[in-house]
Design a protein around this ligand. Structure first.
Ligand code: SF4
Length: 266
């Protein structure tokens, strides 16, 4: 199943340019097999190969530190834990964040799908990060099944409670990132705004798929920011909304909540 063995695998990639965070070096805690508790319909990695909520060590901390040293002096604005799946599944998450900060003195950002935030150990590990961006596409059990295709042991209410608990405890900058695949009706907008009013993230990031979905798993897609035409593997284009729609929804959310909303460049 993996296209690379763990010895060929490089846990550090980039730098890539992120519209949300600027020049960023990526750290992959998952290894050559894509691993996530979701299998989102729009995932840029392709179909997730290992779907699980079980935490374990996928890439030894020493290997990540070794790979990171090769990128010195880390001329980036942020170091981002993301990569080949869901980073909070890695049991060495806290240890890795601490080492990255000690070695590079750069801010650390974690992109998470939020499914493990109900676990106090995960929240403690994430408390070491400077910024955490939490995915929230689905605002109902039905959305979780259709958009994120979550593992069967996850339920929407528990995920939302975990996100709320994390918001209460976390002292860094927390954002909510939401993918819009189609226009939202008034009910959907109203319900989303209510959730944001109760959670009060520091920022909301509205996105729409700007990268195509590979037909098969592609580890190269971890840091992929190039156009569909330049890709060397087969992909399918995804449903997306226009910049006008994204910005109109962003304005409505901001008017109702006063929470800053940023939109992906379309
Ligand atoms: S949470 Fe991220 S890595 Fe996991 S399936 Fe969704 S887009 Fe892919």
């Amino acid at each position: 199943m993996p296209t690379q063995s763990i010895s060929q695998f490089t846990s550090v990639y980039g730098p890539v340019h992120s519209w949300r965070y600027g020049r960023s070096l990526g750290i992959d805690l998952l290894g050559p097999v894509s691993t996530c508790s979701f299998n989102c319909v729009y995932c840029q990695l392709g179909e997730i190969q290992s779907r699980t909520t079980q935490r374990q060590i996928f890439v030894p901390t020493e290997q990540i530190i070794r790979d990171l040293q090769a990128f010195a002096p880390w001329d980036v604005e942020v170091i981002t834990l993301s990569g080949n799946g869901e980073p909070t599944l890695a049991l060495n998450l806290a240890e890795i964040i601490s080492h990255i900060k000690q070695i590079t003195h750069k801010p650390v950002l974690v992109l998470t799908n939020g499914t493990l935030l109900g676990d106090p150990e995960v929240r403690t590990a994430l408390s070491l990060a400077d910024k955490v961006s939490v995915k929230l596409d689905a605002i109902s059990p039905d959305g979780l099944r259709r958009i994120n295709r979550a593992t069967p042991d996850l339920n929407w209410q528990e995920i939302w409670q975990g996100i709320q608990q994390f918001r209460l405890e976390y002292r860094g900058k927390m954002s909510i990132q939401t993918m819009m695949l189609t226009s939202w009706d008034d009910v959907r907008k109203h319900n989303y705004i209510q959730l944001m009013q109760s959670c009060r993230p520091d920022e909301i990031q509205l996105n729409t798929p700007t990268r195509p979905k590979p037909l098969k798993h592609q580890i190269e897609a971890r840091g992929n920011h190039i156009s569909t035409e330049s890709l060397l593997y087969p992909v399918k284009k995804l449903k997306r909304v226009s910049a006008d729609i994204l910005q109109a929804v962003a304005a409505e959310i901001y008017d109702a909540t006063s929470i800053p909303v940023r939109c992906a460049p379309c």
